[in-house]
Design a binder for this molecule. Structure first.
Ligand code: PLP
Length: 386
């Protein structure tokens, strides 16, 4: 249409939404597709939301977000050890996606290159390109647990490279980067003077004693790292749309100006409830315990299916399973699994070329549905082997 600009014309529906659209036309579907906790927001947080309405927290907030929430993040969130000034170094955004889009709007121009792991969550590439940046894939291998290797990152750096994205625990693989890897990546970032965006959306969902340190904590990194986080996954608050960025004051200031002109602020009652949520980290742990149980169920189920190899992720709520032995593309595998057994999984190729031959399985459905999904997948794979 002639009224629409080229950038908007170029936007396409991502593979995840496309699978949902197909699934929505069917009945009896079990979805392992969605990256959203299936449980309700914890009652304590819902009550805080109601209290926010009663206390008339229904007006515009400052563009950078309420001081109540910014202080709570500085003092009680997973970045508390880095030491951020809530006045100048933290901004509250419309979820993690709002955080990323404001950030890219503020830092990218003229084809600035952004290094992004392949496979990786789809939205980074779309946002970077919309904001006049150029997404540069950092290929990874299954044998490295799909983790970016510092020497590969370094080999892709050019004089246009401005940003390196990291996302640990990772969507789609569930992999958690070790402190040693982060240290090597930090060295590369400092040597080549590049910014790091550390998307830590899943850093409360950790299993088998894994820890997910933030790269911002490492020497020389606070001044070149933007930590992005959200309450969506940690407190089952996807629909509340509350996220944040912690980072250098000058960048936060520009993001605040951008927010003033584009969105005004994040939703006010949500900010109130999120601040209260940070008083109760045990609520994140309860969610994590549920996912730990489901991860074990899924791994155990997949171990009994010939041909599928589960990875052993220690974070997030995804398994990135190897289906190469069936000789089908990941898209064909997922389409047939949906048509024949009504289970939604996401083709690995949707996350980048390196994800081909794998499928993302989100264990964000009830235990009962997960059990049923495993049975259906087993039947489907049996059929493929005949
Ligand atoms: C890696 C990653 N970052 C950020 C987000 C954004 O989360 P939200 O915008 O719901 O806060 C998601 C959501 O799926 C994600 O997977």
């Amino acid at each position: 249409m002639k009224w629409i600009n080229k950038k908007a014309e170029g936007l396409t529906q991502g593979a995840i939404r496309a699978m949902f659209d197909r699934a929505n036309k069917m009945t009896g579907v079990i979805s392992m597709g969605i990256g959203e906790p299936d449980m309700p927001t914890p009652e304590f947080v819902r009550d805080a939301g109601k209290e926010a309405f009663d206390k008339e927290q229904t007006h515009y907030t400052p563009n950078a977000g309420t001081m109540m929430l910014r202080k709570a993040i500085a003092e009680k969130s997973t970045v508390k050890n880095v030491g951020y000034d809530p006045e100048t170094e933290i901004i509250i955004t419309n979820g993690g996606m709002g955080a990323l889009s404001l950030l890219f709007l503020v830092i990218l121009q003229d084809g600035d290159e952004v290094l992004i792991q392949d496979p990786q969550w789809l939205n980074y590439v779309a946002q970077v390109e919309y904001c006049d940046g150029k997404a540069v894939r950092v290929p990874t291998k299954p044998e490295d647990n799909f983790e970016m290797q510092p020497e590969v990152i370094e080999s892709l750096i050019t004089d246009k490279t401005k940003v390196l994205m990291i996302n640990s625990p990772n969507n789609p693989t569930g992999a958690v980067m070790s402190k040693e890897t982060l240290e090597k990546i930090a060295e590369v970032a400092i040597k080549h003077d590049i910014l790091v965006i550390s998307d830590e959306a899943y850093n409360t969902l950790l299993y088998d004693g894994a820890t997910a340190p933030t790269i911002a904590e490492l020497p020389g990194m606070k001044e070149r790292t933007l930590v992005v986080n959200t309450f969506s996954k940690s407190y089952a608050m996807c629909g509340w749309r509350i996220g944040y960025v912690a980072g250098p004051a000058e960048i936060i200031d520009r993001m605040t100006k951008c927010q003033e002109n584009f969105n005004a602020c994040a939703n006010a009652p949500g900010q109130y409830a999120a601040a209260k949520a940070l008083d109760r980290p045990e609520l994140c742990q309860e969610l994590c315990d549920t996912f730990a149980r489901r991860r074990a169920m899924l791994e155990e189920g997949l171990a009994k299916i010939d041909g599928i190899e589960s990875n052993h992720p220690t974070g997030a709520f995804y398994i990135f399973a190897d289906i190469r032995s069936f000789g089908l593309s990941s898209v064909d595998f997922c389409n047939r699994l949906l048509d024949e057994q009504k289970v939604v999984c996401i083709p690995g190729s949707a996350f980048g070329e390196c994800g081909e031959g794998f499928i993302r399985m989100a264990y964000t459905c009830s235990d009962e549905n997960l059990k049923e999904a495993i049975e259906r997948i087993a039947k489907f794979c049996d059929g493929l082997r005949k």
